[in-house]
Design a protein around this ligand. Structure first.
Ligand code: PEP
Length: 256
């Protein structure tokens, strides 16, 4: 049985003060879910809030993990604007989102770069959340499975076919649109991802958590999370509200 993982991706939102307010509210209204130990929750604020949030988690003794939204593959050096694995570790980061479609599209991040980021994260003891997902036209053309297999192949040069990490299936057409995938489509895509992992890694595929992401809300979370191969969610917009994210965590808890 895979424990559900709920990850909040705040993108370029929330100042340090706003992040702190979110954390305190989540502790107040979502603390009951965390205490059950039936779900893992991780939140990914902007880099600028990581250190303060790390201290906030310790101060409130919260059972919530801290994630980053990106990482660079070099350890140090002349890489203006980048953040190293060690810098993230120092801030208490245990997960990192790699290859989000916004970075792939807006910043031309290639699958080869994504693979290097995942490798660097694992080397530092940080679990990568590798994002993959198809465009509207690929979806409409019925080519989702082929797209996912190719994108996984290209983004997973880092994988030794053994190490556990996290995959997030995020159809681009569902991100930030309010148009979430149906439970049927999400399950089919997550199953295809698991089969790809199984082909390469055998039984470890059953331990790897595969998340769905794309317009997840408190209203649709239960149906999506009830799918056998959907092991959690990567949540953007809805995670900015502590009460909505707590409800999504609760929905995951109820489906088990
Ligand atoms: C995301 O950014 O990863 C995401 C899934 O966003 P949203 O939930 O807003 O669609």
């Amino acid at each position: 049985m895979r424990k559900p993982l709920l990850a909040a991706n705040w993108k370029m939102n929330q100042t340090v003060a706003e992040s702190f307010a979110w954390l305190e509210e989540f502790d107040r209204i979502g603390g009951d879910v965390l205490e059950t130990d039936e779900v893992d929750a991780v939140f990914c604020p902007p880099f600028t809030a990581l250190y303060e949030m790390h201290q906030g988690i310790e101060q409130h003794k919260m059972d919530i993990e801290l994630g980053a939204q990106d990482i660079f593959w070099q350890e140090a050096g002349a890489f203006t604007g980048e953040i190293s694995p060690a810098m993230l570790k120092e801030c208490g980061v245990s997960y990192v989102i790699c290859g989000h479609s916004e970075r792939r599209q807006l910043l031309q991040e290639s699958s080869a770069m994504v693979s290097k980021k995942c490798a660097a994260a694992l080397k530092a003891g940080i679990t990568p959340i590798l994002c993959v997902g198809e465009s509207q036209s690929v979806h409409d053309g019925g080519l989702t499975q082929q797209w996912l297999e190719a994108q996984l192949y290209e983004s997973m040069g880092f994988w030794d076919n053994e190490t556990e990490f996290v995959v997030a299936y995020e159809p681009i057409w569902a991100i930030g649109t309010g148009n979430a995938a149906t439970a049927e489509d999400a399950e089919a895509a997550c199953l295809a991802i698991r089969e790809y992992l199984r082909e390469r890694g055998g039984d470890v595929a059953d331990k790897i958590r595969i998340l769905y992401g794309g317009s997840v809300t408190a209203a649709n979370a239960a149906e999506l999370l009830a799918c056998p191969n959907v092991d959690g969610a990567l949540v953007g917009g809805a995670s900015l509200k502590a009460d909505a994210f707590a409800d999504i965590c609760r929905a995951a808890f109820k489906t088990r």
